[in-house]
Ligand binder design. Structure first.
Ligand code: BDP
Length: 690
């Protein structure tokens, strides 16, 4: 049990009664039709069922009763295997039991949707659910469900904490690692249907002929699993690899260069997904360098891709050191462009206005671009969440954002409805997760990182699933169906997100980590190359209080939200504690909802974060005899690191903020065991950098 098999372990059902009943219901597999995807369906059903049922299930060409039948609606209609009146959804799958003969039918309009259905059935069995009298119709809510790899061509993964890139550019295209297929299986099992292979801080080399051969080889492996490949495209590629003098999007030679490049790509990869672009952000080239807008840049690429059905995903992650508030920049640059993008452009927006912090309010862009399909960008890799060593289950974070109400078209205009296209009737819709996958044996470094990959896929398919439901099924498949294990691990997971908020950045603090590596606390930092990389820019602690005034008396970033949202946050007395210091500079004596002063509440929250990690450790210890030693020990060691780090964050932040508040630590809390100077002098022997 080294974690390699992820949630697709397919160990035999250890409940004998259940095992026998499954064996009775499933005696054979029949897969109608042949194609690479239908072969994948057959392979997965065989692998899964042989493992789970601990027997060799026959593959038959003439299904009798008690058979799993997989085939497209068309194929099953021809062979008269589709039960009368079966409702096959336009997208997604139907799993239905034919009560007359006990057959279980998995059907859909496309083979890929059947594959999703096959994985769903295996999930039901792996989580010990009944498969009698099934009638399941499941359709994805969002069309493009993508991983974004921040993988460089030299295999270094930006913000990656699980080894180096799984893409071995050196040995591609000739050597096809089995891991690529397992990657495809894992993604398909949760409905992920696209992957951007390379870093948004892109290297143009990936667009050269030899690299496109490598990309095509990967596309060939991923295609049977319904996964399209996309590439991050460097805006200045026409200069760097095309030897042009400019990358101006309105220049004819530049436009022709991209058109020819698109043609070249589609000759090799007919179903290529398209380009992801980070432009005029953190030093990346872009259209603004030529006095053009983001829309000019995106549209130029979109025009090149559109004859082939490709799309452009243009990122809205932009900020400017001159601006008085980084929070406001993306909105300022992008809202004037609403309605100016081509039909095959999506604008990809990070969940919050700053940058993947433990908690952010939703980005105001979600409520402000009705004429542009917006794509959500979540970060699975835990850049600001303890990286590869902290256990943080991110589903509650994802759901908090998706459920947030933008009020853009009145109440119940949730971010989710913006993303799935339903609020403004967009047919293109998408959601992306910045991948946490590397070449470590267990894929994500921290075993529980797997849960974030899993949860991302499940929510991309259906964001109405609860965090708890997703955690339950992940635990059951990854560890065991033993209720003791499920209950305890679920408690650990569900407590973990609030824990990280509390021990790092409670009450709406944000961006107070060390510059560069982003791992530990450095709230005093004030000498980064640009002010908006400095923690002091964000917490603004002084003798009076702490927090960033984004109301009308401050930068008025609040105004970027609809009035109803502004009202939620505008008054420091009614603003929820979670967002208080995001929007207000509040006095140390401010009376919080708990009745405590702000200073005491801050101490309380930091301590609560530490205590929660202690409780998580304790719960894990109790599972010693219920979990295999290898995985138990790994997580045990990491939880100890997390506890140590939580104390470090608490001590550093409280000691530092105390220099402003000048108030004592409340009597009943653990006191820091070192001085502030001690912590300020600490240098990390090693922390993964950028
Ligand atoms: C920041 C990361 C940086 C990324 C950037 C981005 O620190 O490594 O390149 O976001 O999303 O969070 O482009």
């Amino acid at each position: 049990e080294d974690g390699y098999r992820l949630w697709l372990r397919y160990n035999h059902i250890d409940n004998n009664k259940l095992l026998l009943s499954y064996r009775k219901t499933i005696t054979a597999i029949h897969v109608a039709g042949q194609s690479p995807t239908m072969d994948a369906v057959k392979k997965e059903l065989e692998l899964g069922l042989n493992g789970l049922l601990d027997t060799k299930i026959a593959v038959t060409s003439r299904p009798g009763g008690n058979t799993i039948i997989a085939g497209t609606r068309e194929a099953l209609t021809t062979s008269k295997l589709l039960p009368q009146g079966a409702q096959v959804p336009a997208d997604g799958f139907l799993i239905t039991t034919n009560v007359a003969n006990g057959n279980t039918i998995i059907t859909a309009n496309t083979a890929t949707d059947i594959l999703y259905g096959a994985f769903h059935l295996l999930r039901l069995i792996q989580t010990h659910q009944s498969i009698e009298n099934l009638h399941i119709i499941s359709s994805p809510r969002v069309k493009l469900r993508l991983l974004n790899h921040w993988d460089n061509l030299n295999r270094y993964v930006e913000r990656g904490y699980a080894g180096i890139s799984i893409w071995n550019w050196h040995t591609l295209p000739d050597y096809i690692d089995d891991r690529y297929t397992d990657y495809a299986r894992a993604n398909a099992s949760v409905g992920i249907n696209g992957t951007v292979l390379n870093n948004v801080n892109a290297n143009a080399t990936v667009l050269t002929a030899p690299y496109l051969q490598k990309v095509a080889a990967l596309a060939n492996v991923l295609r049977p699993y319904g996964i399209k490949v996309y590439l991050s495209a460097r805006f200045s590629a026409p200069i760097e690899i095309g030897h042009l003098k400019t990358a101006d999007p309105l220049n004819d030679s530049v436009r022709q260069w991209w058109q020819a490049k698109a043609k070249e790509i589609y000759q090799l990869i007919p179903d290529f997904g398209g380009f992801l672009v980070k432009a005029n952000s953190e030093g990346q080239p872009g259209p603004q360098s030529y006095g053009r807008s983001h829309a000019d840049g995106a549209n130029m690429m979109a025009d090149a891709l559109s004859p082939f059905g490709g799309i452009v995903i243009w990122r809205a992650f932009v900020y400017d050191p001159q601006a008085n508030d980084r929070f406001k920049q993306a909105y300022a640059e992008f809202t004037p462009l609403d309605g100016k993008f081509r039909k095959n452009v999506l604008v990809q927006v990070k969940n919050g206005p700053i940058d993947f912090q433990p908690r952010e309010p939703f980005s105001p862009l979600f409520g402000a671009m009705p004429r542009t399909p917006l794509m959500m960008e979540f970060q699975l890799t835990q850049e600001y969440l303890g990286q590869g060593t902290h256990l943080v289950y991110e589903a509650p974070l994802f759901k908090e954002v998706l459920n947030a109400d933008t009020y853009a078209k009145g109440p119940n205009s949730t971010v989710a409805k913006v993303i799935d296209g339903s609020l403004y009737d967009h047919s293109l819709s998408g959601i992306a997760g910045v991948s946490n996958i590397g070449n470590e044996r267990n894929w994500t470094g921290h075993l529980f990182g797997q849960a974030n990959w899993y949860a991302f896929g499940r929510l991309a398919w259906d964001y109405t699933l609860s965090s708890e439901q997703i955690a339950t099924e992940w635990i059951q498949q990854t560890f065991s169906n033993d209720p003791t294990v499920v209950v305890s691990i679920k408690q650990i997971m569900l407590a973990s997100r609030e824990a990280v908020v509390n021990y790092m950045t409670p009450l709406g603090l944000h961006h107070i980590m060390g510059n560069g590596h982003h791992y530990g606390p450095a709230p005093w930092s004030n000498n980064a190359p640009r002010p908006d990389w400095d923690p002091v820019y964000y917490h603004k602690a002084d003798a009076k209080g702490i927090g960033f005034d984004r109301t009308a008396s401050g930068t008025n970033a609040l105004q970027q939200y609809q009035t109803a949202v502004q009202q939620l946050y505008a008054d420091s007395n009614t603003c929820s504690d979670q967002y208080l210091l995001w929007f207000h500079h509040v006095s140390w004596q401010h009376k919080m909802h708990s009745g405590r002063t702000l200073w005491n509440e801050l101490c309380h929250k930091y301590q609560e974060g530490v205590d929660t990690v202690g409780a998580m450790q304790h719960k894990w210890e109790q599972l010693k005899n219920n979990i295999d030693p290898e995985r138990f020990h790994q997580v045990q060691m990491l939880l100890a690191i997390q506890h140590k780090d939580a104390i470090w964050w608490r001590n550093v932040c409280l000691l530092y903020f105390q220099t402003f508040s000048q108030m004592p630590f409340p009597a009943n809390y653990e006191k820091p065991d070192h001085t502030l100077e001690y912590y300020q002098q600490q240098r990390f022997p090693y922390a993964p950098g950028n």
